[in-house]
Design a protein around this ligand. Structure first.
Ligand SMILES: Cc1cc2nc3c(=O)[nH]c(=O)nc-3n(C[C@H](O)[C@H](O)[C@H](O)COP(=O)(O)OP(=O)(O)OC[C@H]3O[C@@H](n4cnc5c(N)ncnc54)[C@H](O)[C@@H]3O)c2cc1C
Length: 395
């Protein structure tokens, strides 16, 4: 019987890395990538930065040109959505009615933006896809009034890009300080001040209650009665794993738990990227990261595991954010820290922060200091209290 090969559901970073890894390591059976979007796999970080700013052609974010997939014998099923997984029949049901058989399956459907039910107007935007970036870009004209709901990293990057384009920006955040659950109140205030200095109106501790307008939102209304007129709205209130299609398959539709190699609890089914909740052997926890570095590593790791290779211990989680021409980088799990020590000058946007728990380094954040990250990483990796023995845990 013919080997049905590998099916990857979700044509983003994790799937791309997995496909490249398989072909590079001599895997010859069919590879099919099923992707709900019409575009071949592309890179998302530029969407809130260069693409939104109009400084990068849309095509420049593609990982590979179309001919590359042909040359490598990788079939792209674009504009096709997976609707269900049947692990007994070893098939994925597609919205075109086809039941696609797999030898091995990679779940790499990423995540989708959370929405607010009373904000579904024509000028309300989320930012996850190239199509989202194109739509939003058209609204960012000089003098336009943009309201950003949520001061997470996507909201903050959109604020920075919009300011660069001459847009009047208001950020509305429910927490008292942005990013407080991740970096703590002290650094959270630094992020709020950063945007204030750049001319952004930052409203914190504010519950958005309703919106006024017709087809387009004209005004946002807070629970305390304050009102903000706007021409466009970006909702950046977090994401949820795009795994609802797995309902009934036996896998967790709230994010697929995997071991360090991307294996799920189902035979020959792997998951990688934002859709998965991987096991971190250093900290002994399952933790979903939603960062580029993790999705890239996990995609390659799952591919190696599919062909019987051990991918090694996952690196510490890490991410970067670019705002106002400055790079912010983070490594480790800052939310696990109970203390933070700063070195440098936050007012000059030149500092690093070491997060510790009971005195043991668990994370580092560097602003304007890219060369600090390797040293911070070494300090965290050297803190053996959180790395007793690398544990393998299968979901
Ligand atoms: C605007 C933006 C900026 C970012 N900037 C940074 C940054 O600066 N630094 C950083 O570390 N990280 C950043 N990230 C995060 C990083 O891009 C993601 O962690 C990474 O793209 C995750 O890769 P993935 O393969 O898991 O998912 P994705 O790249 O999201 O790919 C998933 C794909 O699956 C498709 N899909 C979903 N459901 C189905 C289905 N049922 N059937 C078929 N296909 C489906 C989706 O349409 C999508 O194309 C950013 C993300 C965004 C959106």
């Amino acid at each position: 019987m013919k080997d049905p090969g590998v099916v990857m559901v979700g044509g983003g970073l994790a799937a791309q890395r997995a496909a490249e890894t398989l072909r590079r390591r001599g895997y010859e059976a069919p590879i099919r990538i099923v992707c709900a979007e019409p575009d071949p796999p592309y890179d998302r970080p530029p969407l809130s930065k260069q693409v939104l700013a109009g400084g990068a052609e849309d095509e420049s974010v593609s990982y590979r040109p179309a001919w590359w997939y042909e040359e490598k014998g990788i079939e792209l099923l674009l504009g096709v959505r997976a609707e269900a997984l049947d692990p007994q029949a070893r098939t994925v049901l597609l919205d075109c009615g086809v039941a696609l058989e797999y030898g091995k399956l990679l779940i790499a459907t990423g995540s989708g933006p959370r929405r607010l039910p009373f904000l579904d107007h024509a000028n309300v935007h989320a930012l996850r896809t190239l199509a989202d970036a194109r739509r939003l870009r058209a609204e960012l004209v000089p003098g336009a009034r943009l309201a950003i709901v949520g001061a997470g990293f996507i909201g903050q990057e959109v604020a920075a890009t919009a300011r660069h384009l001459g847009v009047e920006v208001t950020i509305i955040e429910a927490l008292d300080t942005p990013l407080e659950p991740i970096v703590g109140a002290h650094l959270g205030r630094w992020f709020a001040d950063l945007h204030l200095e750049e001319g952004v109106r930052v409203i914190t501790g504010a519950m958005l209650e309703s919106a006024r307008g017709g087809e387009r939102v004209e005004e946002l209304i807070l629970a305390d009665g304050r009102r903000f007129e706007c021409d466009a709205v970006v909702v950046g209130v977090g994401t949820a794993p795009a795994t609802r299609w797995l309902r009934g398959s036996g896998l967790d539709e709230g994010g697929v738990h995997v071991d360090t190699c991307g294996r799920t609890g189902l035979p020959d089914v792997f998951a990688a990227g934002d859709a998965c909740v991987p096991f971190d052997p250093r900290f002994g926890v399952h933790s979903r990261t939603e960062h580029w570095d993790a999705a890239a590593w996990q995609g390659a790791a799952a591919a190696k595991a599919m062909i019987g290779e051990y991918p090694g211990t996952p690196p510490l989680p890490s991410f970067w954010s670019d705002q106002y021409g400055m790079r912010i980088q983070c490594v480790g799990h800052p939310h696990l820290g109970d203390a933070v020590v700063l070195d440098g000058d936050p007012a000059e946007r030149d500092f690093e922060a070491l997060f510790t728990r009971s005195g043991v380094p668990v994370a580092g954040l560097a602003v304007g200091r890219p060369r600090s990250i390797p040293a911070l990483r070494r300090r965290i990796e050297g803190s053996d209290r959180f790395a007793p023995e690398p544990k393998e845990e299968v979901a």
